[in-house]
Design a protein around this ligand. Structure first.
Ligand code: FAE
Length: 535
């Protein structure tokens, strides 16, 4: 509850809610371009999601100071509006989405009725990176994807991790770094009390129907605080995950990075957050240092300042798409040269697909927790593998629907490029590339439908598709470990630039990715510190 108090105090101190809606420039003005530290090295961390938060914490604990540059809001400093910082799915505002004049959620229609709602444009928490045939959802703000994600915190099967990242010592990952990441992120399995409650009725139905088709289901650990959720259910605390808070941020319950890694990093006093500030260009200087171009905006998107700053070490943690944009642009403009041809390669959406089944007369309950807690586990590491999280459809009405976010073992890769005419990042992912994942998920869902006399819903996703293959929550790859970078994440051809985010993982990891991104960042920062790469 300390967060709520802090937010309330900050809000009250600043006067009206509107006055402090955009707090970014205040933090940006504190920018310390030259940071005093023992080594004299100036360190920038670009992006404050999982990779950036791990880097910030571990660098600070090792005695280094760094600027943490984040294009989105510092939501902990935003004053509540009507008691809330973040908005519910059903009551969106300018805080919900990143400069959109309407909401755009995975379910584009329900029974043919569009779900999109008009909103004011602003520096909201949920962003969409758009490519020709792929929409990648991302989080913006201090905390990155942790602000908007579903909190599912899953460690991959070791055998699959070894398949995907054979260049990494799996023994060390599973003995040291996955346990460290799980502990630091506060990961815990769902409680039986919650699973048995009405809030997970939709999960119970999906489990029973999967079992009828011969599939097992497994629990999905989470960083949502299950004891807080129990108190929500009992009506003892303000509701969040049990009250349509998901996608646009959670006001309570979810232990996002601001409650874990970033909190620890900021407590050291060595990390200077520079928020509402986008790194627009990255250039290598003749003395081997790097010049970053920075653009600071206010909540409404007006440019407050543009400037450059020089750093000796740069941690690239802008997420798979954000990091790709900086690297592709730098290569196209010639501000970075001599990088590996592997830069931009081996991108994938973690085989993501969303699919919903209509259950006829079987209700799934109108009270649904927004935090998934179980998944259909049809994974054997083979090409047909599917891990389908049982996701809610929290509309507050009975929908007779089972909804899933599937992760598949899609063998295809996308490649990032740069379109000079529009000065924009390109990605060649399309439905043909998504097809093997769709086939695998369809095989599982067909079996469940046959065993239960149920069918697909075609009224939820774009173009009447049963399988939404055109969006992803889990972008991975583009600067793969040991290929675009060395085995610790240092970019080949750009000494002193370290990739630390989802870009390092080639295309997929078999489960939701943030635990793996965190564990890999823990491993890499350990190796870089041991090698004195920041000294
Ligand atoms: P990320 O968390 O995306 O952080 C990148 C940060 O960099 C962001 O804060 C950006 O604003 C910032 N940034 C980008 N470009 C720039 C720039 N040029 N200058 C300054 N700042 C910049 O990166 N994963 C799970 O494991 N479990 C889930 O339940 C789950 N659910 C999800 C639900 C949704 C709706 C979404 C969008 C994602 C979900 N994910 C989930 C994916 C997960 O959040 C994602 O893999 C990680 O956040 C990626 O971590 P990175 O460190 O790569």
């Amino acid at each position: 509850m300390s967060t709520i108090t802090r937010r309330s105090v900050l809000g009250a101190a600043a006067g009206t809610a509107a006055a402090v809606l955009a707090t970014g420039p205040a933090r940006a003005a504190q920018s310390s371009v030259r940071v005093a530290q023992p080594s004299g090295r100036r360190i920038a961390i670009i992006g404050s999601g999982y990779g950036g938060a791990v880097a910030a914490r571990r660098l600070a604990e090792a005695g280094y100071s760094a600027d943490l540059i984040e294009m989105g809001m510092d939501w902990e400093r935003a004053a509540p509006v009507n008691g809330s910082v973040f908005t519910k799915m059903t009551a969106p505002s300018a805080r919900s989405m990143w400069f959109q004049d309407h909401t755009e959620v995975p379910f584009s229609t329900i029974l043919g009725i569009p779900t999109s709602m008009p909103i004011k444009k602003g520096a909201g928490a949920l962003g969409i990176e758009r490519f020709a045939h792929m929409k990648v959802y991302v989080g913006h703000g201090l905390g990155g994807g942790s602000l908007v994600n579903g909190a599912m915190a899953v460690t991959p099967r070791r055998s699959f991790f070894e398949q995907v990242l054979p260049q990494v010592d799996a023994e060390e990952m599973y003995a040291t770094y996955f346990p460290r990441a799980n502990s630091a992120l506060h990961v815990a399995p769902p409680t039986q009390q919650m699973l048995d409650s009405k809030w997970y009725g939709f999960t119970k139905v999906a489990r029973e129907q999967a079992a009828r088709a011969g599939f097992t289901t497994t629990q999905v650990p989470s960083v949502y605080d299950w004891s807080y959720m129990a108190q929500e259910a009992a009506g003892e605390v303000p509701k969040s995950g049990l009250d349509q808070e998901i996608l646009y941020g959670n006001n309570h319950g979810k232990q996002d990075l601001t409650k874990t890694y970033l909190k620890a990093a900021l407590a050291t006093g060595r990390i200077t957050p520079i928020v509402m500030t986008e790194v627009t260009d990255l250039a290598r200087r003749s003395d081997g240092s790097y010049r970053l171009s920075l653009r600071t905006i206010n909540f409404d998107g007006d440019v407050v300042s543009t400037r450059t700053a020089v750093y000796d070490r740069v941690v690239l943690a802008a997420g798979s798409v954000g990091t790709a944009r900086l690297l592709q642009r730098a290569q196209a403009l010639g501000t970075l040269s001599g990088l590996s041809p592997a830069v931009g390669q081996q991108w994938g959406p973690n085989g993501n697909l969303m699919v919903a089944r209509y259950l006829g007369l079987t209700p799934t309950g109108f009270s649904q927790s927004c935090m998934p807690a179980m998944g259909v586990n049809a994974w054997d590491d083979g090409p047909g593998s599917v891990f389908a999280e049982i996701a809610p459809l929290p509309l507050g009405i009975e929908t007779f629907t089972s909804n899933y976010l599937a992760v598949t073992n899609n063998p295809n890769f996308g490649t990032f490029g740069w379109d000079s005419s529009s000065a924009s990042l390109t990605l060649d992912w399309d439905s043909a590339k998504a097809a093997p994942g769709v086939a695998a998920a369809k095989a599982v869902m067909d079996k469940i439908n046959r065993a239960n006399g149920t069918c697909y819903r075609h009224d939820l996703f774009e173009g009447g598709k049963a399988f939404a293959d055109y969006f992803s929550y889990h972008p991975l790859g583009g600067a793969v470990l040991g290929e675009a970078t060395d085995l610790s994440g240092e970019l080949k051809g750009a000494p002193g630039v370290f990739v630390m985010d989802g870009s390092l993982i080639p295309a997929k990891i078999g489960v939701n990715p943030f635990v793996t991104i965190t564990a890999l960042a823990e491993r890499n920062i350990d190796r870089l510190l041991a090698a004195k790469r920041f000294a």
